[in-house]
Design a binder for this molecule. Structure first.
Ligand SMILES: *Cc1c(COP(=O)(O)O)cnc(C)c1O
Length: 395
């Protein structure tokens, strides 16, 4: 396995582990064991077999001919929306749940905002018969009833958190507090964020996406590398997985699409790369949206999965070094791109993934260029937003 971090978990100046001292033993235990587990035959065999028969991998690499014709390049969609439960999130939770079992952990905890990561975690815990406890802000519990009910049906315990703003960051604080008091549980993080080793662990688990792309492009085009790769970026896990095996290959252009919300300068945005600066968020040093006093700003995006005021340290590094470019896409542009893809290809994308489609309009390319867009998830969960946009159009 190639390694992008140094021994302390830094990507250049970003990353590392910035946690309260009482968490050191838990983090250290994971940091000192995860690489050997990921490389063990027992882990690899179970991971690959579940990815294949449970998640439905490899996901197809689909040549979107109408979209290609409309935009003037060869555009392939990596169909993570066809994974069981409807997004790439399953790759990560299967992997980490198996890591938890290899570490003899008896319970899994997670935090969730809109509930997507909570549902993915509850799913794999049901499959592997692991007790699962999901922390969720009280406000989010009220707003996201269908996902709360899914988690309960899957057998997870949903713990409403009533402190602070009663949203994701309070759920995170509560999960960390619980972990300090229960070091025997496994804390399952949902993206390439958090203290070392989580960003590297999650990136490696998601790297199955680019590993498959190499094989599929070789079959279809006789070469493993596309010219451009585009993926949306919330915490950065689907983009990290899509970029991973191409990062060392400078010929391949890497493009991330972050959520501009109502606009980069509107004050209602989640565009961390465009508006953020370095600081410490959720246990790592990375770019984040903060005010002059270092207070974390609230993020705004139409898409729940991109509505986050930070970005994984790998992406801060790829941005700082110029290896990847990050484009900000507004709510409006994303919704329009979702309609375009739906009409041209018969695929209703998740709002998050629609940001990656919209970013295509901001790129310059040649007719012969091969572009892979990671379609991170399906759009069923976003129908309310899409229906609202159709009603507006008809007014
Ligand atoms: C959660 C989610 C995202 C954002 O998370 P990343 O870690 O940045 O990938 C993107 N797309 C979909 C469909 C999601 O569910």
């Amino acid at each position: 396995m190639n390694r992008l971090i140094d021994n302390k978990g830094f990507y250049g100046e970003f990353g590392g582990s910035w946690v309260p001292e009482m968490l050191y033993p838990n983090i250290e235990q994971l940091a000192s064991s995860y690489e050997a587990i990921l490389e063990s035959t027992s882990f690899k065999d179970r991971f690959n077999s579940l990815l294949k028969d449970y998640a439905g991998r490899p996901t197809p690499l689909f040549l979107a001919e109408s979209l290609s014709g409309a935009l003037g390049a060869k555009i392939y969609l990596k169909r993570e929306d066809l994974c069981h439960t409807g997004s790439h999130k399953l790759n990560n939770v299967i992997g980490q749940a198996l890591v938890a079992m290899e570490m003899n952990k008896r319970e899994v905890i997670a935090e969730t905002g809109a509930g997507q990561h909570g549902v993915a975690t509850a799913t794999v815990c049901a499959l592997l018969d692991l007790p699962c406890r999901v922390f969720m802000g009280e406000k989010d519990v009220q707003r996201q009833q269908p996902n709360v009910l899914r988690m309960k049906m899957l057998g997870a315990e949903v713990v409403p958190v009533s402190s602070g703003s009663r949203t994701l960051k309070d759920a995170t604080n509560e999960a960390i507090r619980y972990w300090i008091n229960h070091p025997e549980v496994y804390y399952l993080i949902g993206s390439t964020i958090g203290p070392h080793p989580y960003p590297d662990l999650v990136a490696r688990l998601q790297s199955v996406i680019s590993a498959e792309m190499k094989i599929q492009l070789m079959e279809k085009k006789g070469r493993p590398d596309p010219d451009i790769i585009v993926a949306c970026v919330g915490g950065g896990s689907n983009a990290a997985g899509t970029f991973y095996h191409y990062i060392a290959d400078e010929k391949v252009k890497l493009v991330g699409a972050e959520a501009a919300g109502e606009g980069v300068g509107s004050g209602k945005t989640a565009a961390t790369i465009a508006t953020g600066s370095a600081g410490i968020i959720h246990g790592c040093r990375t770019l984040m949206m903060q005010d002059g006093g270092g207070q974390i700003l609230e993020a705004h995006s139409v898409s729940a999965g991109l509505d986050y005021p930070g970005i994984g340290p790998l992406h801060s590094y790829l941005h700082r070094t110029g290896r990847a470019r990050y484009l900000a896409v507004t709510d409006k542009e994303a919704v329009e791109a979702a309609h375009l893809l739906t009409r041209l290809e018969g695929i209703i994308p998740a709002l998050e993934s629609a940001h990656a489609i919209a970013a295509l309009h901001k790129l310059q390319f040649r007719e012969s260029d091969i572009i892979v867009v990671n379609l991170s998830g399906r759009g069923d969960k976003d129908m309310d937003t899409y229906i609202e946009s159709m009603q507006k159009r008809h007014q």
